[in-house]
Design a protein around this ligand. Sequence first.
Ligand code: BTN
Length: 233
Amino acid sequence: MSIQWSIEEYEAVPSTQDLVKQKAASSDEGLVVRAFQQTDGRGRHGREWVSQDGNLFFSFLLRPQSGVETIGQLGLVIGTALGAALKNALDDPSRLSLKWPNDILLDGKKCAGILIETELSNSGALEWVVVGVGINVKAAPDEQAIALGADVSLDQILEQVSAFYTQWQTQGFAAIQPLWLDMAHSKGAPVTVKLGNQLIEGLFEGVDEQGALLLQDSGTDELRTITAGDVYV
Ligand code: BTN
């Protein structure tokens, strides 16, 4: 079992994410839209995704068979796939790490991001998921970001996505958890989690078998399980 990719390429679009969402209802799993330029790229939490020349921008359509309650795991599954593809492209793979929930870091700075958007039916079932990926291949927009500086092709990435997604769908997140942890930033590293308007300081203790973050809260000394939020290393 693997995903049958159907790739559409465009010179310039406002956002590959929006284009796949527009096509989602009438398209099969595996539709990929790639653009060489994006004029209105979007990141998580409504942030702008600066789309510079030479970088990779694409979105794809998935129809997971697992329930909506597993969707938080998908970012980690895609992160694991991207991590594997980008490590293969680097002379020194140890420079790469994953940051919960959805970021790919090179030398501790962000080189790629993942945006996941879903559609539910009236009964609350998962209809489709659109996954958007932006990779700073050649250029980084600011000081917090970094360019990969190595060649990686869309085909190489999609091959890894298909492999890890299929593993997740057939074996569950328990099969992905150790692979993600293997590429994650170190245990015990200080992290700040933003939950709504609240900032929680603590130490990174891993992810559980559902993909939730385990955080040793420095304020209360409790081990917390956090299923949503932004983590700042
Ligand atoms: C993040 O905030 O880290 C996620 C960034 C996702 C950016 C990609 S680029 C391709 C796709 N189209 C968009 O408008 N956003 C995603």
